[in-house]
Design a protein around this ligand. Structure first.
Ligand SMILES: Nc1ncnc2c1ncn2[C@@H]1O[C@H](CCC(=O)c2cccc(C(=O)O)c2)[C@@H](O)[C@H]1O
Ligand SMILES: [Zn+2]
Length: 373
């Protein structure tokens, strides 16, 4: 496992993120430098939602097309609309954006634009979480839906060089009907898209016990899909144990509350179960009070394979590069530390071994060239 080395040798940083024994101008210059390094760093994104990645421009375009929706058409007003009082409010707003996606062409456009944004940030490989149930139940034909995401995936790879893969997730709160439908769409050989690599579980956790989804994850895993449920985002560490015990979890979406259970942290570290940490998301949905209270540092200190991701970036006013900058501050990372963090995502990804080796080598050569400037 790649451990994330701390920031060293250029002055110490306080928890507040300022450099303490350097003049302010140097500190500001150094922070700018680190942002520039992050902007060019080749990356893998492992936890980002399809609809949750719709840019303000796309959301306002779709909202203007559908005037019956309560989603604002003005991108400025969207900032307020995307301010959440709690996790339940976030899901309510999320579903209002889901309601805007009504045709296969909407799906294709959204997917291609998400890839454009990932490519802009030098994301070479992304596993995008898609909730096909939400689209098919709203009347989009299942065959047309699969064709739309696959067309966009291929077009994006040809145009931007960014490789997209899919995670189909069950919206747990929608119940076992949604679980059955998602499993069918993910495992039926006539429908299952080529880009599908994994199977997930999203939405609220409170009142949605994980073990009930075991038969669906059993079928998905038997069909060759990897298991990546959300767990421990809004409930305690028992939910993470449940995901491991009942759902074959190979990575955990968020896993924030794992920090409350040292045995769980040791288990995650020993079995190399990566956490898909999304710091700004946890603040925006009020799962964690402040960034400085985020347990990401505890995960790293416990030896857990930590990856940093963006979740629903425009809804949380962030992007993957900003999340790397947040991690640099919270973990006190320099360029080598950031490169190690990017390589953690490569290691935890579902890329094949040659793909992992290529991306890790690209991260290394970018970092060496940067440090030799
Ligand atoms: N941070 C997050 N943590 C967890 N999930 C997140 C996060 N971000 C985004 N999601 C997504 O939220 C959706 C939730 C959808 C949902 O609960 C639901 C319930 C009832 C009916 C329907 C419907 O479609 O009719 C949907 C999922 O699609 C999931 O992928
Ligand atoms: Zn998520």
């Amino acid at each position: 496992m790649i451990r994330v080395p701390p920031h060293r040798g250029r002055g110490r940083r306080s928890r507040g993120g300022t450099l303490t024994d350097r003049p302010a101008a140097h500190a500001a210059g150094e922070a700018r430098d680190l942002h520039a390094f992050i902007a060019g760093l080749p990356k893998a994104e492992l936890h980002v939602h399809h609809v949750g990645s719709a840019s303000p421009r796309i959301v306002s375009e779709l909202a203007a097309r559908h005037p019956d929706s309560k989603v604002p058409t003005d991108p400025e007003a969207l900032v307020d609309y995307f301010t959440f009082t709690d996790f339940a409010h976030f899901i309510e707003v999320y579903l209002s954006v889901v309601d805007l996606i009504r045709t296969p062409e909407d799906v294709r456009l959204l997917t291609f634009e998400v890839a454009r944004e990932l490519a802009r940030q030098q994301v070479r490989y992304a596993e995008l979480t898609i909730t096909p149930f939400s689209s098919t139940r709203r009347g989009i034909d299942e065959r047309a839906f699969m064709d739309a995401i696959e067309d966009a995936r291929k077009a994006a790879e040809a145009e931007f060089g960014t490789v997209l893969r899919w995670c189909f997730d069950i919206p747990g709160e929608a119940g076992l009907e949604a679980a059955e439908e998602t499993t069918r769409l993910a495992t039926d050989d006539r429908l299952r898209p080529e880009g599908l690599v994994s199977f997930g579980l999203g939405g609220p956790e409170i009142g949605v016990p994980r073990p009930q989804f075991k038969p669906y994850f059993d079928r998905a895993v038997a069909a060759g899909l990897r298991s990546v449920p959300h767990a421990g985002e809004t409930t305690g560490p028992q939910t993470v144990w449940d995901a491991l015990t009942h759902l074959h979890a190979e990575r955990i979406g968020h896993g924030t509350s794992s920090a409350q259970d040292p045995k769980l942290l040791a288990h995650l570290a020993e079995h190399r179960i990566a956490l898909e940490v999304c710091p700004t998301s946890n603040i925006a949905t009020r799962a964690v009070r402040t960034l400085d209270e985020h347990p990401i540092g505890e995960f790293v200190r416990a030896g857990v394979l930590v990856t940093v991701n963006s979740d629903d970036p425009p809804m949380f006013g962030t992007d993957l590069n900003s999340e790397y900058a947040v991690a640099a501050r919270l973990l006190d990372l320099d360029e080598r530390g950031l490169a190690a963090l990017a390589k953690n995502a490569v290691e935890a990804s579902f890329l094949d071994e040659p793909g992992k080796a290529r991306l890790a080598a690209e991260i290394d050569s970018y970092t060496s060239a940067w440090l030799a400037r």
